[in-house]
Design a protein around this ligand. Structure first.
Ligand SMILES: [Fe+2]
Length: 249
């Protein structure tokens, strides 16, 4: 039997940065628990489901440089501005048109075009379009004008992004119907851990650990999870033509 000393627990808890708390939560409740990913993993490789996922990720990749540029204008910390600049530079292919992340995503979705979902009852590209609009609102300060809310959502988004990239990396390697070279976007995103470690460190230093600022950070992280989860519910419907079973967000 394990006894938890509540005093010790709360002391330890208060020593954790907001960034640590978000990462811990995201690791404990990974976004890959979503029924879309669980079904994908349990069945034979389903390229129609791959298409549903990546085609609805594409509108996000196109917007990332503008989102981060907008955030760069809103934060004061110079180190964070520098790290955001690096992300923007990477996203834009470091000056190489062929390496722009959105171009790599376009190549991926084009490579899966044979498995494009055709439906009269549902718009197969609506989930990505809706989420991109919601993220526009977030990054341009219309959801909550406190940048701590946006930073909290970024910390959670980075962890979930990593989880989804690793998960989909494993999935696409199970199939042999298309050349692995079309999945360059996935392999690049499985390899960006070092940059993320730097971002995490700076975030740990600048995010408040208590008070209303801390609440904003946490609310931003939660917002990101809810939006991703609903987006995955919709992708599930595109891929499998039925609603997912109700699972706790
Ligand atoms: Fe990217």
């Amino acid at each position: 039997m394990i006894t938890i000393n509540s005093t010790t627990l709360s002391t330890e808890h208060s020593q954790l940065s907001a960034e640590d708390i978000i990462v811990e939560n995201c690791d404990k409740y990974p976004i890959t628990d979503h029924p879309f990913f669980q079904r994908l993993k349990s069945e034979v490789p389903n390229l129609k489901a791959y298409w549903s996922y990546f085609a609805n990720f594409e509108p996000l990749t196109v917007r990332v440089p503008d989102w981060f540029a907008s955030l760069l204008l809103r934060v004061e910390n110079m180190e964070l501005k520098g790290l955001l600049s690096m992300i923007i530079y990477d996203e834009l292919g470091r000056g190489d048109l062929n390496k722009i992340h959105s171009a790599l995503m376009e190549k991926l979705v084009r490579g899966l075009d044979r498995w494009r979902v055709q439906s009269n009852s549902i718009d197969p590209l609506a989930p990505g379009r809706t989420l991109a609009q919601e993220f526009d609102q977030l990054y341009f300060g219309k959801v909550d004008d406190d940048e701590l809310f946006v930073l909290g959502s970024i910390v959670a988004g980075e962890v979930y992004g990593g989880q989804m990239a690793f998960f989909m990396g494993e999935q696409v390697r199970r199939q042999n119907q298309v050349e692995m070279s079309i999945f360059e976007w996935v392999s690049i995103h499985e390899e960006v851990e070092a940059d993320h470690a730097n971002i995490s460190r700076v975030m740990s230093e600048i995010l408040p650990t208590s008070g209303p600022g801390f609440e904003s950070v946490m609310a931003g992280a939660k917002w990101k999870r809810v939006k991703f989860w609903r987006w995955l519910d919709e992708i599930y419907q595109v891929a499998y033509s039925e609603k997912p079973k109700l699972v706790q967000v």
